[in-house]
Design a protein around this ligand. Structure first.
Ligand SMILES: [Zn+2]
Length: 554
């Protein structure tokens, strides 16, 4: 009888030690979080407010304040002893409580990203700034005349003269040789930083630190490629037929400059519907407010703090910002009565409701979207309604006859837009991934290999230029483009889930169950779950390209 008793005592001692180690580690984590929040919460708010003020006024003083506040916030994550503490807690494996463990994971990644040697980071910023200046100083030159990017796009969209199109396209591509060498140097520099941080290259580091597994993302891109390849090929035939007629050429004589866009990233206007005329006498803000209120996600508190219309000096685009993760949510817009701004205000308020309806009992770190692309998905889900004839009818913008009349063209146009964009995003994702894996390879060749494979364009004969370097995102917004596509896939997945299981009508109008569902399953969980777990909890499936294909391919 003695032995078992001793064993039991030893076992319970071990267990006791285990619990106490867990308790100890979790207490240390709690202490860390308390210290972190004391510093980070006020700085987060200050930085968000300063950026907001800079964007609405545009004055150099406000921009200087904003830059300083962002720097102070970023500095938190450079602290080496804090990182050492997080690393020890992470390696111990004893922080098991789910909320604490999730915070540990997110904070560990944030601090890991901040551990880059200041000297290396300074060099990176210097290289990026120089490249950025080269892009902004560059003007395409055509017949001795300088052209802005907007003018280039205008000629590509409107001219029907092949020689002019070719010359314009080629003149814009001259930025390539200006920046290509610098970008390759920057890519190698970023890779060196990644390796010092423990990753095999910068692409892998960027995805992993943002909470994405590159293999998981690649698998989604493969799935989407399979689902869109044939439909895109058919659609591309239609596009080519249309352009061949437009330019008086044979389809196989079409060149990359014939697709009305520098990169063939946007759909050509084959199915014209003039949506603007339906919004001419409307206030998109009022419509959006009524719509969101109708689905149980009132946005009055957001609008009250927002800056919605044009003003001198103000940022001309649109964004949404969560100032304090405690209900101060604002959106900057420059609303005009047209369909673009209808889409935009619906989109930005989608980000807005995601932030505003968070769960304020969650810790600060978890009161955020599961991932930047999941909030993008909510924004896309709502933005798409701006050109949805059923929604427009139910919102009282057009009558039933008009709605039915424009339905086929609207559907085709959206389908075209989505498919064209999805093939372009394939090029961007796969090119960047491969470039960071091996920056020494023939990048000019790789780029055209991708463009030919995914966009079905033909490389101009004998062309060997750094055309990849003409897309500014490759250099300055690295390894992020894929999130735009993931945001579209998820918007479709939620749209299908909601219209099948939750909403009574496909436009959501007046259906409060939609708001209830989103609040409970998407907004309130914040970032407490890994993004793909949140998607599975809210739709019964992990992120899949199936529903995007269902909506836009079949
Ligand atoms: Zn957005």
């Amino acid at each position: 009888m003695k032995r078992p008793t001793i064993l039991i005592i030893i076992a319970s001692l071990l267990m006791f030690e285990c619990t106490s180690k867990q308790e100890q580690s979790e207490n240390r984590m709690k202490e860390f979080i308390a210290g972190y929040e004391t510093i980070a919460v006020p700085l987060f708010r200050e930085a968000a407010l300063a950026s907001w003020n800079a964007n609405i006024t545009g004055t150099p003083e406000e921009w200087a304040k904003s830059e300083k506040a962002s720097f102070e916030l970023a500095k938190i994550f450079t602290d080496t002893s804090s990182f050492a503490e997080l690393k020890e807690l992470k390696n111990s494996g004893f922080v098991k409580d789910s909320l604490l463990a999730r915070q540990l994971e997110l904070l560990y990644n944030a601090y890991l990203g901040g551990q880059i040697e200041p000297e290396l980071l300074a060099q990176q910023i210097k290289m990026e700034t120089e490249i950025s200046q080269k892009y902004s100083n560059f003007r395409a030159t055509l017949n001795g005349k300088e052209l802005s990017d907007n003018q280039v796009e205008e000629i590509l969209r409107n001219s029907k003269v092949s020689t002019e199109l070719k010359a314009t396209w080629e003149s814009h591509k001259m930025i390539g040789p200006v920046v290509a060498e610098d970008i390759i140097k920057l890519v190698k520099h970023r890779n060196m930083i990644a390796r010092k941080t423990g990753f095999s290259n910068y692409h892998e580091m960027t995805l992993k630190l943002s909470g994405q597994d590159p293999a998981e993302v690649t698998q989604l891109f493969d799935e989407l490629d399979d689902l869109t390849r044939d439909s895109f090929a058919l659609l591309k035939d239609d596009i080519d037929t249309y352009f061949a007629k437009r330019y008086g050429l044979k389809a196989d004589e079409l060149e990359p400059w014939h697709y009305q866009n520098r990169f063939f990233q946007e759909a050509p206007v084959i199915y014209p519907v003039d949506f603007n005329k339906y919004y001419e006498k409307q206030d998109p803000v009022k419509i959006a407010a009524a719509f969101y209120d109708g689905i149980g996600l009132n946005v009055d508190a957001i609008l009250a703090k927002s800056d919605l219309y044009e003003k001198p000096g103000k940022n001309q685009h649109a964004f949404c910002t969560d100032i304090d993760r405690s209900g101060d949510v604002r959106t900057l817009n420059n609303v005009k009565p047209d369909s673009y701004w209808m889409n935009t205000i619906l989109h930005e308020l989608g980000h807005g409701v995601y932030s505003y309806y968070n769960d304020r009992s969650l810790p600060f770190t978890l009161r955020d979207a599961a991932h930047s692309f999941t909030t993008e998905a909510i924004a896309n889900l709502f933005g798409r309604f701006a050109t949805d004839p059923v929604w427009m009818n139910e919102m009282g913008l057009i009558d039933k006859n008009e709605s039915e009349k424009i339905m086929p063209a609207s559907k085709n146009a959206l389908r075209l837009e989505m498919l064209v964009f999805s093939r372009w995003a394939q090029v961007m994702y796969r090119f960047e991934k491969s470039m960071y894996e091996d920056p020494e390879q023939d990048l000019n060749g790789l780029w055209w290999e991708m463009v030919e494979k995914y966009q079905l364009l033909t490389k101009p004969e004998g062309r060997n230029m750094p055309d990849w370097a003409t897309k500014i995102h490759v250099a300055l917004y690295p390894c992020y483009y894929h999130n735009y596509l993931l945001g579209q896939l998820l918007a479709s997945q939620w749209y299908y889930y909601i219209t099948t299981n939750i909403a009574k009508n496909p436009s959501f109008v007046g259906d409060k169950t939609v708001g209830d569902y989103l609040r409970e399953k998407v907004f309130m969980p914040g970032s407490r779950y890994y993004w793909n777990d949140m998607i599975e909890k809210s739709t019964g499936e992990k992120l899949t390209a199936k529903y995007y294909a269902k909506q836009f391919v079949e």
